[in-house]
Design a protein around this ligand. Structure first.
Ligand code: COA
Length: 155
């Protein structure tokens, strides 16, 4: 049984483990902490299992009526079970509750699991930034999803 809730400062070490298991250049503790400390423009959602072990998270930034998914990751052993989808559903619900009109994100063009997840969750490609990622020179795909229909995300 997976539970998704708003992250707390005490999640930091668990979130960092997810981060290190998921990315070759993980976010620093300061970067993750900045999403736990700032309820005004940033929020994190934690996915935990029945033992309350942190297995995934999503970092969201919001200003006015727009928001951006800045990060999403699920521990490798727990992928492919719908947890990434649950985290996105939670972000969409949060945006709907705040009358946020559109949710943005950017993703590496070759990150097939993430691209597929976003398309499944109602995001549409709206642009391309060539050579955006400094480490690999990879292009970034820009995706957006209007927050007009929460049910569209749950399909
Ligand atoms: C992207 C990520 C968060 C997906 O999490 P997840 O919990 O495995 O995703 P879900 O199980 O909810 O998958 C939902 C959909 O995503 C797509 N998907 C997930 N994994 C996939 C894979 N390996 N290949 C292709 N599509 C995949 C499928 O459309 C899937 O729907 P389906 O199960 O009906 O086929 C996870 O792969 C991850 O942590 N990757 C490393 C970090 C990362 O790259 N984050 C994105 C940064 S932009």
């Amino acid at each position: 049984m997976i539970h998704v809730r708003t992250s707390e400062s005490s999640d930091l070490s668990g979130l960092m483990r997810v981060e290190h298991e998921s990315f070759s250049t993980p976010w620093s503790e300061e970067s993750v902490l900045s999403f736990l400390d700032d309820g005004e423009h940033r929020i994190c959602f934690t996915a935990e299992d029945e033992r309350e072990i942190v297995i995934g998270y999503l970092a969201l930034q919001f200003v006015g009526d727009e928001a951006e998914i800045c990060n999403i990751a699920v521990k490798p052993a727990f992928r492919g079970r719908g947890i990434g989808g649950q985290l996105i559903d939670r972000a969409v619900e949060f945006c709907a509750g705040r009358s946020i009109g559109v949710l943005h994100l950017e993703v590496r063009v070759h990150n097939a699991p993430a691209v597929s997840l976003y398309e499944k969750k109602g995001f549409r490609r709206v642009g391309l930034r060539r050579g955006y990622y400094e480490d690999s020179g990879e292009d970034a795909l820009l995706f957006a999803r209007p927050i007009d229909d929460i049910e569209a995300s749950r399909k």
